[in-house]
Design a protein around this ligand. Structure first.
Ligand code: HMG
Length: 449
C-alpha cells in the first residue's frame, strides 16, 4: 500500500497529510483526525512548532513533570523533567527529599571549554606546516573577528588554535584543534562558523608561505566541525552524610546499606554490562532535564558515554566512597549546555522551565543537570540494593498497564488499592482486571517471527 514520492518537502502541510493518510492508512480520515487532534489550538504556537523541524505533520507529546525539593549549594529548585518513563520523576523527587534533610547537593563546574576541529589532509613538509600555523595565528583570529565580536564582548571566544599531527594513525591526516569559551550558549553554530573560517585561512596561509614543493602548498579540508565530546566542559555534583544517617527506610542497617550501595557502584565501575544500565539510569534524570530546558540530549548522551569510556574501558559515571563513617557519592560528567539561543528562545515550555529554575546561566544549569543524574542514580541504586527495582517502578507503571487495558476510573482506583501492599506484576494486573470485569483471562498473544 505504501509508496515513494518525489518533492514531498515542497507540498503544503495539508497536501502532505492527505498523501500520508491516503497511501499508508486503512482509515485515512481517522489517521488525519488523530494527527490534527495533537495540533495546538493557537495557530501561531503550532506554526512555531512546525518550523522547528522539516515536514512537520503534528506534535509528539512527552509528559512534562516536576521534581521538587532539590537543595543545590544552599538554594532550592524544582526540576522540570520531560520524559515518557514512569517512576523517573518519583525517584528524582524521593532522592531530592532524602538529601534535602542531609545537607543537599554540592556542585562545582570544573571547566567550560569546548573543542572543534578542521580535519584535513596534507602531503607536504609537516615541519613547515607547523611553522606556518604558528606564525599566522593572528590571521585565524582576525578572519573570525566579525563572528566572535559578540562572544568576546560577553567574555568568551576562541581560546586556542593548535596543529595536531595524526598522520601516524591515518596517512596525511592533520587537525587544526581549536578551543572555545561560549559562555551561556551551547555554541555549536558559533564554533562551526569559526572552524569553517579557520579552514579558509589555513588554505590561504599554506599557499602564501614560502614552499619547497607543490605538496607543501596544498591542504585538502575533509571537514570542519565541533566535537560533541567535551571532556574539558565538566561538572561535578556530590552528596555526603554520616553513614549513620543513611536510614533509608527499608529497615536495612545503615552500615550494611552503605556497603552494599558502594559495592553496587564498584560493580558498575568494573563491569561494562552493568555500567551501561547504571549510566542509562543516570541519563533518565539528565535527559529529562536537558529536554525540558531545550538542550540537545543526543550531544549530552554522546559526550557522557565517550567520557565514561575515556580510560579505554566503559565504566560508571558515578562513584562512591565509604570512609571514616562518612558516605560520599558523586558524579563527574561533561555537559555542554546552553541557556540562550536555540530552542531556549523559541519553545514556550522551555521558557517556562527556565523561569521555574530562576533563569539559570549555563554554568548553573550544568550543575542542576548533573544533580538530576546523581539523584536518579541514587534512587535506582537504593531501590536495587534494598527492595529491588520492580516494587517501586511497577507501582508507578501500574496506571500504564491499566490504561492499556482501557480500565475505567473506578476500576483503576480499585486495582491501585488492591496492589497498594503488593509488588505489581503485569500478568497479575491483567488477572485482577479480568476478575473485576468477570471476563476470562486472555491467552498470551503469540507473535510470529
Ligand atoms: P516509595 O517509597 O514507594 O514512595 O518509592 P512513597 O509513596 O513512600 O513516596 C516517597 C516520595 O517518593 C514522595 O514523597 C515523592 O517524593 C516520591 P512525597 O511527595 O509524598 O513527600 N514519589 C512520588 N512523586 C511523584 N509521584 C508519585 C510518587 N510516588 C513517590 N506517584 C519510588 C517509590 C518509585 C520513588 C522508589 O521505589 C524509587 O525511587 N524507585 C527507583 C525507580 C527508578 O529508578 N526508576 C527509573 C526507571 S528504572 C530504570 O530505567 C533504571 C535502572 O535500570 C537503572 C539501574 O539499573 O541503575 C533501574
Amino acid at each position: 500500500m505504501s509508496q515513494s514520492i518525489k518533492g514531498f518537502s515542497k507540498l503544503s502541510k495539508e497536501a502532505k497529510l492527505e498523501w500520508l493518510a491516503q497511501t499508508h492508512f486503512e482509515r485515512p480520515e481517522a489517521a488525519l483526525d488523530l494527527l490534527k487532534s495533537y495540533w495546538h489550538p493557537d495557530a501561531s504556537v503550532q506554526k512555531r512548532h512546525d518550523e522547528f523541524i522539516e515536514n512537520t505533520v503534528s506534535n509528539y507529546y512527552l509528559p512534562f513533570g516536576v521534581a521538587p525539593n532539590f537543595l543545590i549549594n544552599g538554594k532550592t529548585y524544582v526540576l522540570p523533567m520531560a520524559i515518557e518513563e514512569s517512576s523517573v520523576v518519583a525517584a528524582a523527587s524521593k532522592s531530592a527529599a532524602f538529601w534535602l534533610e542531609r545537607g543537599g547537593f554540592k556542585t562545582e563546574v570544573i571547566s567550560t571549554t569546548k573543542i572543534g576541529h578542521v580535519h584535513f589532509i596534507h602531503w607536504g613538509d609537516a615541519q613547515r606546516l607547523h611553522s606556518v600555523v604558528e606564525e599566522h595565528q593572528e590571521r585565524f583570529y582576525a578572519a573570525t573577528e566579525h563572528i566572535t565580536a559578540n562572544m568576546r564582548a560577553r567574555g568568551g571566544g576562541i581560546v586556542s588554535i593548535e596543529l595536531v599531527d595524526r598522520s601516524a594513525d591515518e596517512p596525511g591526516y592533520f587537525q587544526l584543534e581549536a578551543r572555545f569559551e561560549t559562555i551561556d550558549s551551547m555554541g555549536a553554530n558559533f564554533i562551526n562558523s569559526c572552524l569553517e573560517s579557520f579552514a579558509q585561512t589555513l588554505r590561504e596561509i599554506v599557499v602564501e608561505a614560502p614552499a619547497a614543493s607543490e605538496a607543501d602548498r596544498e591542504v585538502q579540508v575533509v571537514m570542519s566541525i565541533l566535537s560533541n565530546y567535551t571532556p574539558e566542559c565538566v561538572v561535578r555534583a556530590e552528596v555526603e552524610c554520616a553513614v549513620a544517617e543513611l536510614n533509608e527506610g527499608g529497615g536495612m542497617d545503615p552500615v550494611e546499606f552503605a556497603e552494599k550501595f558502594a559495592r553496587a557502584v564498584r560493580i558498575a565501575e568494573i563491569e561494562p554490562y552493568r555500567a551501561t544500565t547504571h549510566n542509562k539510569g543516570i541519563f533518565n534524570g539528565i535527559d529529562a532535564v536537558v529536554i525540558a530546558t531545550g538542550n540537545d540530549f543526543r550531544a549530552v548522551e554522546a559526550a557522557g558515554h565517550a567520557y565514561a569510556a575515556r580510560s579505554g574501558c566503559y565504566t560508571s559515571l558515578t562513584h562512591c566512597a565509604v570512609e571514616n563513617g562518612r558516605f560520599r557519592f558523586w558524579i563527574e560528567i561533561p555537559l555542554a549546555l546552553g541557556t540562550v539561543g536555540g530552542l531556549t528562545a523559541l519553545h514556550p515550555m522551555v521558557q517556562w522551565a527556565h523561569e521555574l529554575l530562576g533563569h539559570p546561566n549555563a554554568r548553573e544549569l550544568m550543575q542542576i543537570v548533573a544533580v538530576s543524574g546523581l539523584a536518579q542514580n541514587f534512587a535506582a541504586l537504593r531501590a536495587l540494593t534494598t527492595t529491588g527495582i520492580q516494587k517501586g517502578h511497577m507501582k508507578m507503571h501500574l496506571l500504564n498497564i491499566l490504561n492499556q487495558l482501557e480500565a475505567t476510573e473506578a476500576e483503576k482506583a480499585e486495582i491501585v488499592a488492591w496492589f497498594a501492599d503488593k509488588v505489581v506484576v503485569h500478568a497479575e494486573v491483567v488477572r485482577r482486571f479480568c476478575e473485576l470485569r468477570d471476563i476470562p483471562v486472555p491467552a498470551p498473544k503469540v507473535t510470529r517471527n
